[in-house]
Every structure is written in C-alpha cells, then in structure tokens.
Design a protein around this ligand. Structure first.
Ligand SMILES: *[C@@H]1O[C@H](CO)[C@@H](O)[C@H](O)[C@H]1NC(C)=O
Ligand SMILES: *[C@@H]1O[C@H](CO)[C@@H](O)[C@H](O)[C@H]1NC(C)=O
Ligand SMILES: *[C@@H]1O[C@H](CO)[C@@H](O)[C@H](O)[C@H]1NC(C)=O
Length: 471
C-alpha cells in the first residue's frame, strides 16, 4: 500500500483541480480505480466532503454512511455518481467472493478499499449484484479467481451452507441486484460490482415533461430522446426513460417497459403504469395489433415498397441480414411508404445531437423515408437499410460496413455479390471478417425516429414531435 501520486487533472464542470495529495492523505488508491469524478483534495478537512455531492435528485442517506468512515478522514473528495460525470470511463467490473460475513456495504468497502459513500451510491445506482454461489468464472479469469471459485463451490463447502438448501447450484448462481446497503452477505456469497456502469448523460439535458405525449390511466406514451435507454441497463437502474419519466410525472408507481427501441433511436415508447397493462400490451404486440411507423434518414434513396431480409438468429450486434432465405434465420419485413430527398443535416445540427460522421462519400442530400415496420426485430431498420446501400445517417455500426461492401463488393457473405465458399471454414472466416467491418454502436443519435405508434385498429394513435433533423 502506498499512495499513488497523480498529475493534476482537471475535471470539466468542476471548480477543482486534482492536486497531489499530501502525505497525511496517503491512500492506496489511484485515480483510475475510482474514476467516477473523484477528486483529491489538498486539504484534509473531511467535514465538507460529504456535502459536495449535492444533487438535484435525492440519492442515498449517505451523510450517515460517511460518518462511519470517519476513522480515516483521508478519503478524497468524491463527487457522487449523480449527476453524470462528463468523463467516460472504460468498463470495470469487480468479482468478489465473500470471505467474511457482514453487511454488504462494509464488505465491499473493505474488499475493494473504497469509501462508504461511493459504495452506497453504487448500490443505489443498481451497480451491485449478488448470488448465493459464484457463477463459473469465464476462461479469461485469473488463476486466483478460479482457485477461489473451486474452493467455495466444493460439494462439502456447499453442503454446510443453510441458505442454499433445497436449491440447485444453478438456482443458487442466479444473480440479483443488491438493493439494501445493510443486506447481510454470508461467506461464499458472490458479489459483482460494476465500478463504471454505462452512463446516459443525455438524461440530464432533457425536459422530460415536454416529452410526454400522453398520460393515460394505465400507460404513458413518451417521445423518447436519442441517447437514452428505455429501461434499466446492466449496473444502471437510474438513468433510463422509465425512471426520468416517472419522476417528471410525479408518479408513485414506477413506469414499466413494454417494448424496446434502440438507445440511439428517438420517438414513441409506451410505458405501462401497472403490471396488468404491461402484459396486455405484450399480448397486443404478439397478436400484431400494434402498428409502428418510423422515419429514417438514409444516405441513399430507396424504392417505395416492401423490403425483405432474413436475420441471423444470434442475439448479438451487429445483426447480420441476408437477402436470400437461410434456414433458421428470422424474416424481417418493412414497407417504405415514402422517400423524400432533403438536405443532409448541417454540421451544426449533427453536433448538437452528437451524430457521428461515418464517412459517407457525398453529404449533400439525404433521404427521409417513412416506414411501416411489419416485423419488429432488434436493429431491423438499421440492418436492412444498410444492406440496401442506404445506411442511416450517424449509424456508426452499419454505415461502415455498407461503405466497405460498396468499395469491395462481395465482402458481405450474405449480400448480392456473395461468393461461393468451398468450405465451411472459409465461410466462417468470411463471416468473421464481415462482422469486423461494422463499427461501434452510435453514442447518441442516428437518423431514426419511431414517429407513430397505434394499436387496436388505430383506436389509440400517438405521434412523436419533429425528428431531431427537422427541429
Ligand atoms: C473545515 O470545514 C468547516 C466547514 O466548511 C470549517 O468551518 C472549518 O473551519 C474547516 N476547518 C479547517 C481546519 O479548515
Ligand atoms: C443519521 O444520523 C442521525 C443522527 O445521528 C440519526 O438520527 C438518523 O436516524 C440517521 N439516519 C440514518 C438513515 O441512519
Ligand atoms: C442501451 O445501452 C445499454 C448500455 O450499453 C445496453 O446494455 C442496452 O442493451 C442498450 N439498449 C438497447 C435497446 O440496445
């Protein structure tokens, strides 16, 4: 243990600079370790650091929690998880097996050498999970991790644990979110801490009330902004449309997700106000009673009419589609109702919505297509449009691949110019190579809006506001 001297680093949006801590605040932590907008303070007046995290939202009762850490008044100032830091941090997940029983908060603080306030915030944020028994470590786990896993999952050890009586190992390995800082964790319990859960800073820039399209007795229709997630994500129950819309409306029962639209897509989303309506809406979707109209801003024009593809049945991005039927692949259909030539959005507008320039060769005109979505698969419109050489503006995942295929026809092993493969392994290599042509998921917005949703023969019909490129 020794403290790690850090070069002064300034955090945007913060008045403070990071100063090298003096000896009295020697800590075994490095900046990267916390990286949640941590500050080091040159003063060791700890009485004020608990107050620095004032946020608009009431978060934890952390004032008291910090008091318990007063034995060491050397913790650096910590800016709280909320609101969002302007810095992005690479994912960091800690896997722990509890060696000594106690309250979960205490255990994590000790095991990872973290301050109470930080861990309490992580728990509140939904970033801490537990399982009675550790899941099998991945092949990439360290030898130490594997050794611990073997040790705690030995039949003799497991037999002694009353908490798993009557459960199969598989059941005991199921992970749940930790919701209470005082939850008791017994030795052998597995904990997973998402130190840097994926954040959605857009949530704090939105006037959520203005995005409510309808407030009904059993549901709410929201005009979802791009760059947000409809529901909770791994390690983050806080920054979602459901949470922010619930708060904006002052509802006592949290809104529930009934269907998904991509994080980078904006427009109509139906959130249920109770479980009953949630399942009612699910059955309407299953029975194809819900009609969805989209506006897509494509890089090239598409003819009016139905476009059909088959999607690889693997639940992983990028979604691959084939023009030809492939056994086991899922049919994707959409109908282009209109396609209008409009100016390509200006740099200014693109910057405002953090739309990425994915290198499309000519950026004078774009094509706004109105789409009737006949099947609703993940990334369907994005993948189908890209497969038709009309990728969606800002779609960093699919546009790069579309450009690659246009420059080098035949790269797409499921496209029009696909080659015949002499062996299965040659085909697999081509597939891997094709996947590698795709880019990352867009950060904020792409040219796609769920502009209308209706159900029960248009008895209920809701429209979104203007898409970002027309505002
Ligand atoms: C510590 O902070 C408190 C509250 O901000 C202040 O009243 C006090 O004078 C400070 N003490 C030192 C030694 O700086
Ligand atoms: C916080 O501390 C105060 C005073 O010590 C106490 O009255 C209060 O109940 C505590 N709150 C919690 C949530 O522990
Ligand atoms: C939104 O982003 C989160 C975090 O990256 C991810 O887990 C989630 O699957 C995304 N949602 C959709 C609908 O793609």
């Amino acid at each position: 243990m020794g403290f790690v001297a850090v070069a002064p680093v300034s955090f945007p949006g913060s008045r403070h600079n990071l100063a090298v801590p003096d000896i009295a605040t020697a800590l075994s932590i490095s900046l990267n370790k916390y990286a949640f907008g941590w500050h080091r303070q040159s003063s060791h007046n700890s009485s004020n650091y608990a107050l620095t995290g004032e946020t608009a939202l009431s978060t934890t009762d952390a004032g008291n929690l910090t008091a318990t850490s007063s034995s060491s008044n050397s913790y650096p100032k910590y800016d709280r998880l909320l609101p969002c830091p302007t810095h992005k941090f690479p994912p960091r997940i800690e896997h722990l097996v509890v060696s000594e029983g106690g309250p979960v908060l205490e255990y994590i603080c000790k095991a990872l050498d973290l301050p109470h306030l930080f861990v309490a915030d992580l728990i509140q944020f939904g970033a801490v999970y537990f399982a009675l028994v550790s899941p099998e470590p991945p092949s990439t786990a360290t030898a130490e991790h594997i050794r611990i896993f073997k040790e705690v999952t030995e039949p003799l050890v497991l037999q002694k644990r009353a908490s798993i009586k009557g459960k199969t190992i598989r059941e005991a390995q199921k992970t749940f979110r930790v919701t209470d800082v005082n939850q008791f964790v017994e030795p052998g319990t597995y904990l997973r801490v998402h130190m840097h859960p994926k954040r959605f800073p857009r949530c704090y820039e939105i006037d959520w009330r203005s995005r409510i399209i309808a407030l009904e007795e059993s549901y709410v229709v929201l005009d979802k902004p791009a760059g947000t997630s409809v529901g909770e994500t791994i390690g983050n129950i806080e920054e979602s449309c459901a949470t922010f819309a619930t708060r904006a409306l002052g509802l006592t029962i949290p809104l529930m997700t009934t269907h998904q639209i991509d994080n980078c897509t904006e427009g109509c989303v139906v959130l249920a106000r109770n479980k009953e309506y949630c399942s009612i809406f699910h059955s309407k979707i299953r029975e194809r009673k819900v009609k969805k109209i989209y506006l897509a801003l494509a890089a090239s024009p598409l003819p009016i009419g139905i476009i059909k593809h088959y999607m690889r049945p693997i639940n992983m991005a990028p979604r691959l589609v084939s023009e030809d039927f492939i056994k086991g692949w899922h049919i994707c259909q959409l109908e282009v109702l209109e396609c209008r030539k409009i100016p390509w959005p200006t740099i200014l507008v693109q910057d405002e919505y953090c739309v990425e320039d994915c290198g499309w060769p000519s950026q004078d005109y774009a094509y706004e297509c109105k789409i009737n979505l006949l099947t609703g698969r993940t990334h369907q419109i994005r993948a189908q449009f890209a497969a038709c050489k009309a990728p969606i503006i800002g779609d960093s995942m699919y546009m790069h691949a579309a450009i690659a295929e246009m420059t080098n026809p035949g790269l797409n092993p499921f496209g029009k110019y696909k080659r015949d493969f002499i062996s299965e392994s040659e085909k697999e290599t081509a597939e891997v190579n094709w996947i590698a042509q795709h880019g990352k998921e867009p950060r904020v917005a792409i040219g796609l809006q769920a502009c209308q949703i209706s159900w029960d023969e248009d008895e209920h019909i809701y429209k979104a506001g203007l898409p970002w490129w027309r505002r």
